[in-house]
Design a protein. Structure first.
Length: 169
């Protein structure tokens, strides 16, 4: 496990999982939000994002944290490990609600507490119908990778604990 992508519905805890994976393995961590968003809430171009991803992916070790469906297959083509946090909608919706108004280390701004992000909420509510089938199709296409699909937080936590124990040996 040297080149890892962590994917899943917004609110599933990809960033928390990725930071813990980074702490255990020492693999460099690249949150896609930090590659895409600027502090003023503008974005880089798609071409710039792809170039940034390709530059990092050419390296020997890394973790990409995030979905960005337009670049998912590119990242999957470079990775050796896919971690898919495949949690129920309610869990992910609760996750995005909990982080509103808090500082998120993988975003260059703080999400306002009082302002619902309707676009993000729609993404979460429609994830299983729209995005999940695409993710599963890509996982099938790249089935030669090491694939980990976790259906709840306890499975992901147990995986990290096994890695932590293995790292101490």
């Amino acid at each position: 496990m040297d080149k890892v992508i962590v994917i899943g519905c917004p609110g599933s805890g990809k960033s928390v999982f990725s930071r813990e994976l980074h702490a255990i393995t020492g693999l460099p961590l690249y949150p896609l939000d930090l590659l895409y968003w600027r502090p003023d809430r503008t974005t880089v171009t798609r071409e710039q994002l792809i170039e940034r991803i390709k530059t990092i992916a050419a390296g020997e070790k890394w973790i990409f944290d995030g979905n960005y469906s337009s670049t998912m297959e590119l990242r999957m083509s470079y990775c050796d490990t896919v971690i898919f946090l495949d949690y129920p909608t309610e869990v992910c919706y609760e996750g995005i609600m909990k982080r509103r108004g808090t500082s998120h280390p993988d975003l260059p701004w703080t999400e306002p507490a009082g302002e619902p992000d309707k676009e993000l909420e729609e993404t979460v509510l429609n994830y299983n119908a729209v995005s999940r089938p695409v993710v599963l199709e890509l996982i099938e296409k790249y089935s030669d990778r090491e694939i980990h699909i976790f259906e709840d937080r306890s499975e992901a936590a147990a995986f990290l604990e096994r890695l932590r124990r293995k790292a101490k040996l």
